[in-house]
Design a protein around this ligand. Structure first.
Ligand SMILES: Nc1ncnc2c1ncn2[C@@H]1O[C@H](COP(=O)(O)OP(=O)(O)OP(=O)(O)O)[C@@H](O)[C@H]1O
Ligand SMILES: [Mg+2]
Length: 726
């Protein structure tokens, strides 16, 4: 239906009059006749406006409140400010769960008059002090403090470092009835009063007060105090950053204002992240939660897990779990090349050149130190090794061809002058005690959304080498196919302790963005990380940082590195588990990481929780098998207990002694009784054809993890022996 204005043609008429008025230049007399003006005014009055809709029906002004329809409003003004005030004092008031308007009026004052006044004041104070001295009376510290303050202010004003302002602050509070209004007033008075910011209601001036707190810039109360720049700056109300976006995943709760921290790290300049905290503060927990939630959004995740902490998560989401160790059957060939994504890469031989540079870094790690001449020999030998398989700099798409292995390189080195020494050392990896792991063709598939490389059971010396090779392998995969994904490197200090691996990590962190990759590094030891020449650049190339609980020794280092305020430093020292500060660019937010019970069960590394969970699973499986057997008309429950764990045990070759598995009545078995259960569960983890993983034995404590690395638990060796015999 057309509006009545349109039907009567009033709007067209008004528009015509307006258009006529608008053509007038400045200074000229408006060509509108008084009749036209009147008509225009009439027309405008007749229009329906937003104000008509939102305005209250009536406004009753009482001595101590204003009533708008059924809303009661009261305005308070600040009449006293403390001598010292801390930044962000207003945030508690702002974050109160109440409806209120806060208005701050800041009027600049002229410095000249103030300087004159201060000079007079200083003279007065000086003479008072002198008079006391002459009369032999003991000195008055208040006078001296006042003199010092006045002098300081004079200095700052004279240098232009500070300015003087008149500051007024009014707060209008709203409530449905008088009682609630009164309560709210008491709440606000006590919150502000605690900081010595004292308020009074603007009694008998409620209308003026109400207007003053509206965004009209009309200070009708005029209760202003002198304030210089420093204290005035503390009244800036928004020191809590908000990190809520309409897409992305939940990272945690903003501890400043209880809002949710939701965002997508791929919206940042780069998607890299660093997580720093002491052991047990919740680093891995935080990252695992992020993984779990990101997987739901379709992001692909790759993990290098040196502590066997991601197995449970991997199993739950059906990812690929690759335990790398000398005993396992998974192999990664460091000579692998990525498939060319961009044509020109293949043409210029860039793929091969980059691979050779990476291999250099790797062999330096393996060989310890090499002389410049050896370096030259090695370079040629690597190129020759590729050439043996027909891969040259000019080969188009070398990634599609069969690659050489470490054996080929050793052969080439043995026949090269000056290469014999290196060949001898590398033979340790082809025929010696470390043989088998890096000298075969790759047999790991990366087709799942989550892929975890577990390297806990590798010998300590082999770890940096293994991480290097795995990262190189993953990096090749990342470059071959563009996809939204991130790569998690837990305990990244493993890499930072060697220059070559640190440089490699830095290299991929720097380039990750172009391949739609975010790299998360997790580190306990800030010192190690920062002292490495590549640690700092890795941090500066990461847009996201999560700092959880810190030790007193590390926090100073972090403060310098991240320009933390004293308050933030305090937060880090006193955080509980899963609490800390979250940085994106220059936004700092205090965060609390929270997980639902279901999520928590999947990502926890607490030994007692893991044991309880395993036990519950065993009990459930047994109950199910009993039910199944009953349904099939087989023997009773009693006989099934004697035969040990059912179906899944067949998949894993681990023998499951019946007495080691808990009976359904035992809710929490001792750690010794869990390996069989673990063997059952991990057999489902791996999705690669030859599973030979080490079962996730719940570690009784963080320290106890280390010794376990050396001795592979008995059921595991059993399982692996059988599956490894290919
Ligand atoms: N946000 C959290 N909410 C509840 N529990 C948590 C939280 N963060 C950590 N925890 C508990 O603390 C345990 C240790 O956390 P986590 O494994 O993440 O430690 P970490 O910092 O990775 O230690 P380390 O450096 O030794 O690996 C977790 O298994 C979990 O039970
Ligand atoms: Mg951890």
């Amino acid at each position: 239906m057309l509006a009545i204005d349109e039907l009567l043609g009033l709007n067209r008429k008004a528009e015509a009059i307006l258009a006529k008025g608008l053509t007038v230049k400045e200074g000229e007399e408006a060509p509108l006749t008084s009749e036209e003006k009147e008509e225009l005014q009439h027309y405008e009055e007749g229009l329906q406006k937003v104000l008509d809709i939102i305005a209250p029906a009536a406004m009753e002004i009482r001595s101590n409140e204003v009533v708008l329809n059924d809303q009661h409003a009261r305005t308070l003004y600040v009449y006293n400010w403390p001598s010292y005030i801390y930044p962000n004092w207003l945030s508690q008031t702002i974050n109160m769960d109440a409806q209120m308007d806060i208005a701050q009026y800041i009027f600049p004052s002229s410095n000249k008059a103030i300087m004159r006044m201060l000079r007079k004041k200083v003279a007065e104070l000086r003479s008072s002090i002198r008079m006391l001295e002459q009369r032999g009376i003991v000195r008055d510290p208040t006078l001296e403090a006042a003199l010092q303050d006045a002098e300081e202010l004079r200095d700052l004003l004279a240098r232009g470092q500070e300015k003087l302002f008149q500051f007024g602050m009014y707060i209008t509070i709203y409530a449905d009835d008088e009682d609630r209004l009164k309560k709210l007033q008491t709440d606000i008075e006590s919150v502000l009063g605690g900081k010595l910011v004292l308020t009074k209601p603007a009694s008998f001036q409620m209308e003026h007060g109400f207007t003053s707190a509206l965004p009209l810039c009309l200070d009708e109360l005029e209760v202003n105090r002198n304030m210089n720049t420093g204290p005035l700056a503390t009244s800036f109300p928004f020191s809590s950053s908000d990190l809520t976006s309409d897409h992305g995943i939940l990272y945690g709760i903003n501890r400043h204002n209880q809002s949710l921290i939701i965002f997508d790290r791929f919206d940042l300049p780069n998607a890299n992240a660093n997580v720093f905290a002491i052991s047990g503060a919740g680093k891995s927990f935080t990252v695992k939660l992020e993984i779990l939630r990101s997987l739901m959004m379709g992001t692909e995740v790759l993990v290098v897990d040196p502590e066997n902490e991601y197995g449970e998560l991997c199993r739950t989401v059906g990812g690929t779990y690759v335990p790398l160790s000398l005993q396992s059957s998974f192999r990664v060939n460091p000579f692998d090349l990525p498939r060319a994504v961009r044509g020109e890469q293949a043409e210029t031989g860039e793929i091969l050149r980059a691979a050779v540079i990476n291999l250099h870094g790797l062999f330096k790690l393996m060989l310890g130190s090499i002389t410049p001449s050896e370096d030259g020999v090695l370079d040629k030998a690597i190129l020759d090794t590729y050439a043996l398989k027909g891969i040259m700099l000019e080969t188009p798409d070398p990634g599609a061809m069969e690659t050489p292995t470490l054996h080929d390189l050793v052969d080439v080195l043995l026949t090269t002058q000056g290469g014999e020494n290196m060949a001898m050392i590398l033979q340790k990896y082809t025929d010696g005690s470390f043989a088998g792991l890096f000298d075969k063709h790759t047999n790991v598939q990366l087709d799942k959304q989550l892929v975890v490389f577990q390297i806990r059971d590798l010998e300590e010396q082999l770890r940096p080498i293994a991480i290097y090779i795995v990262l190189n392998f993953l990096w090749n995969k990342v470059r071959s196919e563009l996809k939204k994904r991130f790569l998690v490197i837990d305990e990244a200090w493993n890499l930072m302790q060697f220059e070559d691996s640190a440089r490699f990590l830095y290299g991929i962190v720097k380039r990750a963005r172009k391949y739609y990759l975010g790299i998360t590094t997790i580190t306990q030891d800030v010192e190690d990380f920062v002292n490495s020449p590549y640690g700092k650049p890795i941090i500066t190339n990461s847009s996201l940082q999560v700092l959880l609980k810190q030790s007193a020794t590390a926090v100073d280092n972090l403060q310098k590195l991240f320009y933390l305020t004293e308050g933030e430093k305090y937060v880090l020292l006193n955080s509980g588990i899963g609490q800390g500060i979250f940085f994106t660019g220059n936004k700092h937010v205090a965060i609390e990481i929270v997980a639902s019970p279901a999520e928590s069960a999947v990502v926890t590394t607490k030994p007692e929780e893991m044991i309880a969970r395993r036990a519950a699973e065993v009990v459930k499986e047994r109950e199910e098998s009993i039910k199944m057997k009953k349904r099939l008309g087989l023997d009773t429950a009693a006989s099934s207990v004697a035969t040990g764990p059912p179906a899944p045990a067949e998949g894993s070759a681990a023998p499951a002694p019946a007495d080691a598995t808990p009976s359904p009545a035992t809710p929490a078995p001792s750690p010794e009784s869990t390996p069989p259960a673990a063997a059952q569960t991990t057999s489902e983890i791996s999705t690669v054809d030859t599973p030979a993983e080490t079962p996730a034995i719940p570690a009784p404590s963080a320290q106890a993890v280390e010794p376990a690395v050396e001795q592979t638990p008995p059921p595991a060796t059993e399982g692996e022996k059988t599956t490894d015999a290919e």
